[in-house]
Design a protein around this ligand. Structure first.
Ligand code: PMV
Length: 361
């Protein structure tokens, strides 16, 4: 599909008012998206596990206006309270998606949103938040165009979510989602995420992710600034090529179930992401002493037990501990006894791989 396929024809139906609610998960990248071109086109392909418990729930209420206005008309509530600080981000999102949703200025919207994870936990809510909002808008478009098929609905939701926050396009479906063109991945696209349809070994079923909250503060580097660091970065081209190679490696690993190889790719991806930040101009150091303490503990735990817990990182200090379902008991004990002490207020979140966003009745 190309961008043009997402520009709608005049709608057949008319809708006066209504309400729709979607619950959309966060995701954790195994091969990282870091660096972009214009319009949120990724500089390299990425793949992520869709999460299950870390979710945003968004309700969109819409009321058709007598006279369409020249501005967007919306009200924003976050966890029950007016949230003016989110307005510019939503405004910008609506501007970007307007060419693809022809009804935006015909309605007065109320957007009510809440997260399942603790407020300011340092977990980025942009992936779950933007995907939930994109899905709500698509539900309205589906009412205006009742013949729309499910595949188009899903693709376009991902396409719109991408325009809000790149990684959000990987939150619509589960369990593994690829975003960005890759030679050997069927239907992969720079415009939207697609489920990884190759064979996946049962070792990866129900894979666990415990998010160790090392630093719950505001992001030190915004995504926009972060991705821009890859423009003129001395290692950019090598890094983008490496992401393609690592996806090739993961494809084989998913088929074989080789957990040792999985660890090598995933941990190297996390460290490379941070290495890119450390070697850009300006440079950033986003790991904290406790991030390193946790990583060293994980290395030792693997050496001593022969188990397969590994870490990955986002653009921050928190650590995602990934481990197979059948090693959960010992790994959870390790977290409680040896990692919890490095988390802010001892906080961590147990999550696992999930199947994607859900529409609520
Ligand atoms: O979606 P953004 O623009 O917030 O970028 C996310 C970037 C990483 O989380 C660091 C990596 C990824 O692929 O999710």
């Amino acid at each position: 599909m190309t961008k043009k396929d997402f520009i709608p024809k005049p709608y057949e139906s008319s809708v006066q008012q209504g309400e729709v609610t979607w619950e959309s998960p966060s995701n954790i990248a195994l091969v990282k998206y870091w660096g972009k071109l214009e319009n949120q086109i990724p500089a390299n392909p990425s793949i992520s596990f869709t999460l299950d418990h870390c979710r945003t729930t968004t309700t969109l209420n819409f009321q058709k206006k007598e006279n369409p206005a020249s501005d967007f008309d919306f009200e924003l509530l976050f966890e029950g309270e007016k949230k003016e600080s989110f307005r510019p981000k939503i405004e910008k999102f609506l501007e970007r998606v307007e060419p693809y949703l022809l009804f935006l200025k015909d309605y007065k919207f109320s957007i009510e949103t809440s997260n399942s994870f603790p407020h300011s936990s340092g977990i980025a809510s942009s992936a779950s938040g933007m995907s939930a909002l994109a899905l709500c808008l698509m539900s309205l478009e589906k009412q205006l165009d009742p013949k729309m098929d499910e595949e188009y609905f899903t693709r376009k939701s991902s396409f719109l979510a991408r325009l809000g926050s790149g990684s959000a396009c990987r939150s619509i479906e589960g369990e593994l989602v690829v975003w960005g063109m890759h030679n050997t991945i069927y239907e992969s696209s720079d415009l939207y995420g697609v489920p990884f349809r190759d064979e996946v070994h049962e070792n990866f079923r129900n894979y666990r992710d415990t998010i160790l909250l090392v630093d719950k503060g505001e992001k030190q580097v915004s995504s926009t600034v972060g991705h821009d660091l890859m423009n003129d970065h001395p290692y950019a081209e090598t890094r983008f090529r490496q992401a393609h190679d690592n996806l090739d490696k993961l494809k084989k690993i998913f088929r074989s179930g080789d957990l040792e190889e999985f660890i090598k790719v995933v941990e190297s991806e996390a460290l490379t992401l941070h290495a890119m930040m450390m070697t850009s101009q300006p440079y950033f150091l986003l790991m904290k002493p406790n991030t390193l303490a946790i990583i060293n503990k994980i290395f030792r735990f693997r050496e001593e037990t022969g188990l397969h817990a590994c870490f990955t990182l986002d653009a921050g200090a928190n650590v995602h501990l990934l481990y197979p379902d059948n090693e959960a008991e010992q790994t959870l004990e390790f977290i409680e006894n040896e990692l919890k002490q490095y988390c802010q207020n001892g906080q961590y979140i147990n999550d696992k791989v999930g199947s994607g966003a859900k529409k609520l009745a």
